[in-house]
Design a protein around this ligand. Structure first.
Ligand code: 5AD
Ligand code: SF4
Length: 493
């Protein structure tokens, strides 16, 4: 009998793509493949693509060029492309790149093993048809060799697609219409993960807090099996073993009173919200079709702070959107200062095919040099934000979920606190070193621009109380999980 064939996956883009790659890996395990130690050892290579900006899309084209050599180095090797570029370009990719064997779109992850099998028999095929129903969520449970919970953390898809059609964004075209899973299926998945040692879940969706909204608005939530997003959070919060819940990415428009209350009340909901604002100018927000004003965004931020005073807010910003004036850009700088974001990600506007903003008249275009200048000014502001926040945390104690060795190397370990900040610390000399997945208490002693340095205060196994300074009810946590099937993430948004 020949040994099982080996696969490798390259992933570009957001957490949704990272999780899709995990789903691909799980499907391939079920089909009898094993994960290759490196691409050199693989027979099957899957590239999971991103098209949010032009640069992300170009990664695929340069990868495909370089992969010609990888393919010819060993006979029988196959290359597949999935993700947002695959969905958008479809079988045009097969026509353009003879070295490519199969293509699967964002709605067709479940077909990856069949496509790979066909490719290994020499058949080239693309599956990029849209699926408007929940069949794309009908995936097998985790294969035994696929632990899936990296350091006791796991992603859980709650909805996919986006109906918001922001004028700059390609996602509604690549991910299709909003489709929500049933609350029952989500809760069952989280329970199964908790049984396998997962302690922290990140609920995923392109507009995650729009979860179930079409059903709820039409008064048919029970029939459709969905709930409001806040009710879903409550259900997940009650699952034994789960000690941290995160979600990404919410849309400001759907941060309602119930979700705000959940932040004040739910024991395991982390005090960090990544809430993309995109611009501080009402004129630009309107042109972006974001469906909120600056004042409305500020109200949402204030409400979250009132419910959970220590909440850490982070955001995304775009500069150089068509028609953005110096005044609009100054308004964005002002907003960043006013809100007190802990961090932000800023991007230069990139016109995407098929979006409304891409048709803006040439006279509205912001010259590339000016957009670059604005980006750099925002980045200067950005560099100071986490450092200032970290300085304010020095002298306090926080709880860290251990991810593994820190980037610095040596003995230092790293993990994330409830606010999603990176904390590095030395394990104890002698005694038991914390494992990936453990929760440990750490005294913060030094602030750096990208991380905090801490000293281990309370080792695993002896923790109680809620994450963050709002500690209240007692709860014992800390369980290690070594189940860590690694996928190579080339870039993350
Ligand atoms: N150009 C630049 N940035 C974009 N984003 C989305 N579309 C574009 C685009 N066309 C940014 C937004 C979003 C983040 C994931 O990427 O800020 O929140
Ligand atoms: Fe894109 Fe807007 Fe949908 Fe977010 S809400 S995925 S920015 S269209």
């Amino acid at each position: 009998m020949s040994p099982p064939r080996a696969f490798a996956i390259r992933t570009y883009g957001c957490q949704m793509n990272v999780h899709d790659s995990q789903k691909v890996a799980n499907l391939l395990f079920h089909a009898g493949y094993r994960e290759a130690a490196s691409e050199e050892e693989a027979d099957l290579l899957v590239v999971n693509t991103c098209s949010i900006r032009e640069k992300a899309e170009h990664h695929l084209y340069s990868d495909l060029g370089a992969l010609r050599e990888w393919k010819t180095a060993a006979p029988g090797r196959v290359v597949g492309v999935g993700g947002c570029v695959a969905q958008q370009v479809g079988d045009g990719l097969l026509a353009r790149f003879p070295q490519l064997d199969f293509v699967f779109g964002t709605h067709n992850v479940r077909h990856v093993a069949a496509l790979a099998e066909a490719a290994l028999r020499g058949e080239r095929a693309a599956r990029t048809e849209e699926s408007a129903g929940p069949e794309r969520f009908a995936l097998p449970e985790a294969h035994p060799v696929w632990a899936g919970g990296r350091a006791a953390r796991a992603y859980v898809t709650v909805m996919e697609g986006c109906d918001m059609f922001c004028s700059f964004c390609i996602v509604p075209l690549t991910r299709g219409r909003e489709v929500s899973r049933t609350a029952e299926a989500i809760v069952a998945e989280v329970r199964a993960l908790a049984d396998r040692g997962v302690r922290e879940v990140t609920l995923l969706g392109q507009t995650v807090n729009a979860y179930g909204r079409h059903d709820v608005r039409r008064g048919r939530e029970a029939a459709a099996g969905t709930t409001t997003f806040a009710a879903l959070l409550r259900a997940v919060d009650a699952i034994p073993g789960i000690d941290r819940i995160r979600y990404t990415s919410p849309h400001p428009r759907f941060v309602d009173d119930e979700l705000v209350r959940a932040h004040g009340e739910l024991e395991h909901l982390c005090p960090h919200v990544h809430l993309p604002v995109q611009s501080g100018s009402d004129r630009i927000l309107e042109a972006m079709h974001r469906r909120y004003t600056r004042a409305e965004y500020e109200r949402v931020a204030r409400a979250l702070r009132a419910a959970r005073p220590d909440v850490a807010l982070t955001t995304d910003l775009i500069v150089g959107f068509p028609g953005e004036t110096d005044g609009d850009f100054e308004a964005t700088l002002g907003l960043v200062r006013d809100i007190g974001f802990v961090d932000h990600y800023s991007f230069k506007y990139s016109p995407r095919p098929g979006t409304r903003a891409a048709e803006a008249p040439a006279r509205d275009e912001v010259p590339a040099g000016l957009a670059q200048e604005r980006l750099e000014r925002l980045q200067v502001l950005q560099r100071g934000l986490p450092l200032a926040y970290h300085r304010g945390r020095v002298g306090t104690r926080t709880r860290v979920r251990v991810d593994g060795p820190s980037r610095k190397g040596g003995r230092q370990l790293c993990g994330r606190d409830p606010y999603h900040r990176v904390v590095n610390f030395e394990p104890p000399r002698g005694g038991i070193a914390p494992h990936p997945g453990d929760l440990v208490e750490v005294d913060l002693v030094e602030a750096l621009p990208h991380s905090l340095i801490g000293e281990l205060a309370v080792a695993p196994g002896s923790l109680a109380g809620r994450d963050g300074p709002a500690a209240s009810s007692a709860r014992t946590t800390a369980t290690a999980s070594d189940g860590d099937a690694r996928l190579r993430v080339v870039s993350s948004l």
